[in-house]
Ligand binder design. Sequence first.
Ligand code: CTP
Ligand code: MG
Length: 229
Amino acid sequence: ADYDVIIPAAGSGKRMGAGMNKLFLEVNKRPLIAYTAEVFLKDPHCRKVILPVQPHDIENMKHVLGNMPNVEKIFFAEGGSERQYSVRNGLELAEKGGVILVHDGARPFISAKIISELANVAAEKGAAIAAVPVKDTIKRAKNHIVTETIERSSLWQVQTPQAFRAPLLKQAHETAERDGFLGTDEASLVERIGHIVHIVMGSYDNIKITTPEDLYFAEAIFKKLAGKK
Ligand code: CTP
Ligand code: MG
């Protein structure tokens, strides 16, 4: 299915501690945001690439993305103080019908195959997210005392992209805003208005670059994927 993608890119990268937006940090001498944007710019099913960006980053973003293929598909929106607000600002530039994907700027290793599966499932069923089975044992604890071991076979580690029919995503955002609800992903906003969310198998390569050691993993994943081309 054809879709618009919103790529929130307006964070400040506090946990990375680089003193700037981490999306400008480089893997194999190329900024992270260039990898992320390129996958969508090259996808013929992608109509618009909407980038919420902080005003102080706009110039650098334009510089970094300026000579990418199909650059005319890029639209900049204003970044918000929270990720959810950045996505909301991006929504205003998206088509009113069809499918909308939301994908973190900080996940540069997303594959075209997962994108296409998400867009198709969302077109058919309304909402689909990428996720992978949890590998670690996860426990709940209070004051460093374990209170519960959570049955691992039912746990999924959620990623982006997350894909939705446009009117559903808009309704979910409007309801969250009205209720003062702040979620860490779009699906949580859709779940709370009672709509089913389908899971599509993501990839363990599709990491979010969050803390400094993630850059080492990113170099390794880049090498592996480059070797496959
Ligand atoms: N993001 C955004 N607007 C915000 C906060 C985050 O568009 N107000 C974007 C980031 O640029 C990133 C994605 O949302 O691509 C996921 O957020 P995260 O990994 O938390 O990035 P940062 O918020 O930049 O990092 P940190 O939380 O460590 O400050
Ligand atoms: Mg953040």
